[in-house]
Design a protein around this ligand. Structure first.
Ligand code: 13P
Ligand code: SF4
Length: 307
């Protein structure tokens, strides 16, 4: 692969500063191409936990992901290229709502999606991602579980574990990108037009779409499924950055978006230009208050042990 001038400069600075560039699957292709690690939320959490050798972590993703990397590496510099890379879903869970639920259901463990801010994670029993949510809830063996903020991920879990009652915090937490993808009508129309094709939905998609899809997978699960399937056409229900990755890795297949222009504006705040500046200036640095970080790290590490 031929790298452009800016990509080459970023790699030079990276080497000089012994930095580790972690990149989420929804980033633009030119950033994906220069990642040390490109992955889903769980894979990036794991890599952040093992980042002992690097002097600086540069996170190309959204706020809660960079915060998680900082919580797992309190003594390391963690930098995000744009302060505007803020996940709206993570902001949907207020501490008031969370504490009210904990008071009302004192015996229920709290399982929070990693798409939450560190102060919420500090109040959780364990975190989860779209790759391990059902596995984590199952292992808790509880009858009632406080779960949030993504209600659609909750549906995914509830379907696999019908005997567990999920108490949602907040009541209608969701990802606006996956809500925009809709209930799957367009995806099924595409499937009809492409006999032999497969339809994939992310667990953040609406329940109606999850029910229609052939597979419901995290972005990392989609990457693995692409390596296994014989289908030549795949209809992908998630943010379009992942489609760029899949198409690059499997040029012989055709990946179609379940809905055109499914773009996460927060993820797309990171550009090659601001990544370069972030590496040179070592800014914007992520800070998490020590007390919060100490508590949040317990919930995140518990997840990593359980998955
Ligand atoms: P995964 O990459 O873990 O499937 O999550 C998608 C997402 O929306 C992260 O914000
Ligand atoms: Fe947040 Fe949705 Fe964007 Fe993921 S895709 S970062 S959940 S807004």
């Amino acid at each position: 692969m031929r790298l452009n001038n800016l990509q080459q400069k970023i790699l030079e600075v990276k080497k000089q500063k012994n930095a580790l560039i972690l990149v989420h699957n929804y980033q633009v292709p030119e950033i994906q191409e220069i990642a040390d690690v490109l992955g889903d939320s769980l894979e990036l959490c794991r890599k952040a936990q093992e980042a002992n050798d690097a002097d600086m972590i540069v996170f190309c993703g959204v706020d809660f992901m960079a915060e998680t990397a900082k919580v797992l590496n309190p003594d390391k510099k963690v930098v995000i290229p744009s302060v505007k890379a803020v996940c709206p879903m993570a902001g949907m869970l207020s501490m008031i709502t969370l504490r009210e639920a904990k008071t009302k259901y004192p015996d229920a463990p709290v399982v929070l999606y990693v798409n939450t801010l560190a102060d919420a994670k500090a109040e959780a029993t364990v975190t989860c991602t779209s790759a391990n949510a059902d596995k984590i809830v199952r292992q808790l063996g509880a009858k009632q579980v406080i779960f949030g903020p993504d209600k659609n991920l909750g549906f995914f879990v509830q379907k696999r574990l019908p005997d567990v009652e999920l108490i949602y915090v907040p009541e209608d937490g969701h990802c606006r990108v996956h809500r925009f993808i809709g209930k799957g009508e367009e995806a099924m129309e595409l499937k009809k037009q492409n006999p032999g094709s497969e339809v994939w939905a992310h667990p953040e998609c609406e329940p109606e779409f999850q029910e229609k899809a052939d597979y419901v997978l995290s972005t990392g699960g989609m990457v693995r499924r692409a390596n296994e399937t014989d289908a030549e056409v795949i209809i992908v229900g998630t943010e379009e950055g992942l489609i760029d990755r899949l198409q690059r890795e499997h040029p012989e297949k055709k990946f179609l978006p379940a809905k055109k222009y499914s773009v996460c504006g927060a993820m797309k705040r990171i550009t090659l230009e601001n990544l370069y500046i972030a590496m040179v200036d070592e800014e914007v640095e992520i800070h998490v208050p020590e007390e919060i970080a100490k508590k949040a790290t317990v919930a995140i590490e518990r997840m990593l042990e359980m998955s």
